[in-house]
Design a protein around this ligand. Structure first.
Ligand code: ADP
Ligand code: LRH
Length: 502
């Protein structure tokens, strides 16, 4: 089999990486050539992404990829960028960015969310888009932008999501890739096109919303200035991966087609769900709520967003601000040594989704609900892990109920799969066999879709065969999980009250 070389730029909300992938003999080898941490920045316009900082880091990463390839005698054929969902910016026809991309964590979007839901009803929006209700969805950011700054829409401009923006900087070509656009709650998941009816009902301009491309499509080739800055050949193609990171991660689940499998994409967010052939939009899916995002090769990602390891990232950041530095392995060790199941927290509560003061918020919640207040760092981190495991259990049960199916195996992919303690808690709490890995599923899904787009792989099944041939996932049996009274804890978890704002 021929060898092909692709470069993935994978931006998570906490860190970004540039990875060179070599597809050869049915296996994909990965070389991480650049990794960087990043954070949103406060501005008078609200919390924004450090866009130029990210672009600088991408260029540095591509330069490192070029050097690595040259040394190894490899010729990169394509590049593709994936990022988190929902965030976007407007660009004028002449190529001027009209403001920085806002960060979905800015609590300000909650106002627009309440107003829009009040005006046309949550169910009508779900019916039109198949997307679960969350203030972070692009729809509410778009509503607030139109309300605050409608003059900007008088000129012709184009709305592009984060990965589309970087593809534009790489090639000069403006595109909108479908998997990421589908997370906006502005797309009709049944047609895969913008939900014009919903947008018109809300009086929103549709001019900035361009036609869509699919994962695997070519965006263009590198501009001369990018080629010069990175050393890459200007003929290198930019091929859209599933630009939504979760879509890339799900594409790389090493699923055995003969099993009833579901997945947990575990990183900043935990996305737990199943892959479907067509959307599921019912009363039960709306109540759960489960979202229908579009995946690679016409699949639907039927899943729920769960607070995720953001909770631990924020604990780590608070400690860092207070002068104490820990890595994730150290935090896991401290949690392992803490007592089991004393205190639980509702991991999806909006208070915990906002940046800042996570340790204080967890302790205040424990006090508010008369649970033991976690004093040590280990106890705080353990509370987040155990609560996540219980949320996974509840979501898995609801997933089975809504789809009328049971699952043989839960595949966990993403960086969170490295957390052995959380994996053991999850398998014990859910009673489900878990298979963890690949940890770099997002980069793998990104690279393999580029390989498909450049004609080296046929379809999604071929991509998953490569993942299966490449990785040796770790298997967790429920009996070997962390002991504890998980049934009693699940009842306590189900009756936790909402967090009261101070
Ligand atoms: P993102 O969604 O931001 O791309 P990743 O898939 O990179 O996230 O996963 C990042 C998370 O994985 C971290 O927040 C951390 O909780 C977890 N993680 C990463 N490395 C380890 C490790 N060695 N041990 C335990 N957890 C880890
Ligand atoms: C995970 C993720 C998730 C989105 C959120 C904004 O990184 O893309 O799927 O809902 O970020």
């Amino acid at each position: 089999m021929e060898t092909s070389v692709h470069i993935a730029v994978d931006l998570g909300a906490e860190s970004g990486r540039v990875i060179v992938g070599v597809l050869s003999d049915g296996k994909l080898s990965l070389e991480e050539v650049h990794r960087f941490r990043h954070l949103p920045v406060p501005t008078p316009a609200g919390l924004c992404w450090d866009f130029t900082g990210l672009w600088r880091s991408i260029l540095d990463g591509l330069r490192a990829a070029c050097d690595y390839a040259a040394e190894a005698g490899l010729r990169p054929e394509s590049v593709g960028v994936d990022t988190w969902g929902v965030d976007w910016a407007l660009v004028s026809e002449s190529g001027v960015m009209l403001g920085l991309p806002r960060c979905y964590r800015d609590p300000v979007f909650a106002d627009a969310f309440e107003r829009v839901q009040g005006r046309i009803g949550a169910r009508a929006i779900y019916e039109a888009t198949g997307i679960q209700h969350m203030p972070l969805n692009s729809l509410y950011q778009y509503v607030s932008r139109v309300e605050q700054d409608d003059a900007v829409f008088e000129e012709s401009c184009r709305l592009m999501f984060m990965p589309d923006l970087f593809h534009w900087l790489l090639t000069g070509v403006m595109t909108t890739e479908r998997t990421n656009a589908s997370t906006s709650q502005m797309v009709d998941v049944r047609t895969g096109d913008w939900s014009h009816a919903l947008l018109e009902r809300l009086g929103l301009p549709t001019g900035p919303l361009g036609s869509m491309i699919d994962a695997g499509d070519t965006v263009g080739t590198l501009t001369a200035s990018v080629a010069q800055a990175t050393g890459l050949d200007p003929s290198v193609r930019v091929v859209a991966p599933p630009t939504h990171d979760t879509a890339s991660a799900v594409a790389a689940v090493p699923a055995d087609p003969g099993t009833n499998w579901c997945y947990l994409s575990s990183g900043t967010w935990s996305l737990l769900g199943a892959e479907l052939d067509s959307p599921c939009i019912t009363d039960a899916s709306a109540a759960a709520p489960f979202t229908n995002e579009l995946g690679v090769c016409g699949t639907v990602r039927f899943l729920k967003n769960i607070g995720g390891l953001w909770l631990v990232q924020e604990v780590r950041r608070q400690l860092e601000r207070e002068g104490q530095t820990f890595n994730y392995i150290e935090l896991e060790d401290l949690a392992a040594a803490a007592d089991p199941l004393p205190t639980l927290m509702p991991v999806n509560d909006p208070v915990f989704a906002e940046p800042g003061g996570m340790i204080d918020k967890i302790r205040a919640y424990a006090a508010q609900t008369s649970q033991p207040v976690p004093e040590s760092i280990g106890a705080v981190v353990r509370c987040t892990f155990e609560s996540l495991a219980l949320e996974y259990k509840a979501t898995l049960e609801r997933l089975g109920d809504v789809l009328g199916r049971s699952f043989d195996v839960l595949h966990i992919v993403g960086g969170g799969g490295r957390n052995i303690l959380l994996n053991e808690m999850t398998t014990a709490a859910t009673g489900c066999v878990m298979v963890a890995g690949p940890d770099e599923a997002t980069a793998m899904g990104n690279l393999l879709t580029q390989a498909m787009g450049t004609g080296h792989l046929e379809d999604l099944a071929a991509m998953r065969r490569v993942v299966n041939a490449t990785v040796s996932p770790r298997r967790y049996e429920p009996e070997a999980g962390i002991r504890g009274d998980w049934s009693a804890a699940a009842e306590r978890y189900a009756s936790l009250p909402a967090c009261v704002r101070n």
